[in-house]
Ligand binder design. Structure first.
Ligand code: C2E
Ligand code: MG
Ligand code: MG
Ligand code: MG
Length: 288
């Protein structure tokens, strides 16, 4: 009896593990074909200036529409893409697509600032800077309109080559931001050594700043740190008016979050822009 139970238990775990491994293997194979199969799309989320309510920019966020599984979230496939190296062609495809879209918006009278996420893995490519430069040239986007979002892991690297790459990217006229700031384990001294322009406060702190004193303290500290260092600060994941009021009171300059708008395809973005602007302007109207 015990023996059978044991065998059943093992086969249960085995089948569970097998299922997970199968899914991973399948996703891996599918991901390798996703670009050619035209399954990837770039969505854009608006960013607003708190002082004026102006929609000054947008963040490009990749989407994968799997033919049978439907939408696979980036949190699931980006780590996989990083592991198997596919993030390099995917990241390049996203950058090119987003630059083209930003140029098209500009042509239609909407000169928005564009930010694109860059994976740490892309920094290991020796020709990263040349590739970025060639995409800028090919699409005709003004480098000053482009920002690359990096994670804090870049602050941890002591690799001189990564620091050199950052300086070269800056040299192209592109801005650099630290995404999800506050969640990594970076040494703050790197903030003084790397050519960073913008800090993006992680969503987790913003979400709790209304009811959790520690999160509120962290948010205030990051805003002050950014100001002292001469960096712009963007609050991510702003969902409520109370969060906006908190940020505004502490002189945070920019916000991004569902309160203003969710990531959407470019055509929807264009169609929503005026409505978003009205929402943002109304939200920041001085409270009498
Ligand atoms: P991220 O760069 O920090 O992007 C912000 C994420 O927060 C996005 O999730 C966005 O949809 C979500 N978000 C924004 N505002 C709100 C809000 O008010 N509430 C909530 N609940 N969520 C909000 P998404 O699009 O699922 O992307 C997740 C992550 O995947 C990104 O985090 C980024 O790290 C990565 N990612 C997405 N696209 C790319 C890409 O093209 N390249 C690379 N390397 N990474 C990407
Ligand atoms: Mg980002
Ligand atoms: Mg983020
Ligand atoms: Mg994130």
């Amino acid at each position: 009896e015990a023996k059978r139970l044991n065998r059943d238990t093992i086969s249960f775990f085995k089948s569970d593990m097998t299922r997970k491994m199968m899914r991973r293997l399948e996703l891996e194979g599918d991901l390798r074909r996703a670009i050619e199969s035209d399954e990837l799309a770039v969505h854009y989320q608006p960013k607003a200036e708190i002082a004026t309510g102006e929609i000054y920019g947008m963040e490009a966020l990749v989407r994968w529409f799997h033919p049978t599984r439907g939408l696979v979230p980036p949190d699931e496939f980006i780590p996989l893409a990083e592991e198997i190296g596919m993030i390099v062609p995917i990241g390049e495809w996203v950058l090119r697509t987003a630059c083209r879209d930003a140029v098209e918006l500009r042509r239609r009278g909407m000169p928005l600032h564009l930010s694109v996420n860059l994976s740490m893995r892309q920094f290991r490519e020796v020709d990263l800077v040349e590739r970025i430069a060639s995409i800028i040239k090919e699409t005709g986007l003004q480098p000053a309109a482009l920002e690359l979002e990096l994670t804090e892991s870049i602050l941890m690297t002591e690799a001189a080559s990564a620091i050199a790459a950052l300086n070269e990217i800056k040299g192209l006229g592109v801005s650099l931001s630290i995404d999800d700031f506050g969640t990594g384990y970076s040494s703050l001294s790197y903030l003084t050594k790397l050519p960073i322009d913008i800090l993006k406060i992680d969503r987790s702190f913003i979400q709790h700043c209304g009811h959790d004193g520690n999160s509120a303290t962290v948010v205030s500290a990051i805003i002050n740190l950014a100001a002292q260092l001469g960096h712009i600060v963007v609050a991510e994941g702003v969902e409520t008016v109370a969060q906006l009021a908190f940020l505004r009171e502490r002189n945070c300059s920019r916000i991004q979050g569902y309160l203003i708008g969710k990531p959407v395809p470019i055509e929807t973005f264009v169609a929503q822009l005026e409505r978003w602007r009205k929402i943002a302007v109304a939200l920041v109207e001085p409270i009498i």
